[in-house]
Write a protein of this length. Sequence first.
Length: 205
Amino acid sequence: MYEKIKKTILNLQKNNMEGYFVESSEELLKLLAVLINNGEKVGCGDSVTLEETGVFKFLRNGCFTFYDKYQSGLTSDEKRVLYLKNFDADTFITGTNAITVDGQLFNIDGNGSRVAPVIYGPKQVIIVVGTNKLVDTVEDAVYRTRQIAAPLDAKRLNKDTPCVKLGKCVNCRHKQRICNDFVLISGQFIKNRIKVIFINGNYGY
């Protein structure tokens, strides 16, 4: 696994992205404290990985202006305001559904609020990903996201989609479908704008 991660980080560099590897949540938070400056505006995407690794708690307790979409009692309009603020963030941090050995990021999103700031806007984007999401090819990334991650995420979000009942994607047209935006990021114009941090272990879906 370590050799595969090393190869992926080298390929990320070829694609104008930066890669890191940490062994634990503690190492991850120490690295984030270096990459994110005090006083920065920080946005986030919906991510089980960030919750599991303590990143959200780190951001809430730090000296940042954190656009926290998980504040209790937020209305849909208030969430939309936060989503739009993410485009002007100094740092946007999120997870990813899958990453390929040749250094490409693949994500599926419901309304685009997570993938859009990754593509454009924030000065820095930090992707935190468990080693369980490393796959060989784009085809593997699509399969992993649709057949493993999406059904679990739909269940977490209390959706009534077929995948929640069946445990697999059947390419439905349900009104609550969360598989609407399929985004493959193969590189960056701005060198190292996107930074990928691998954390050893199984995190997220």
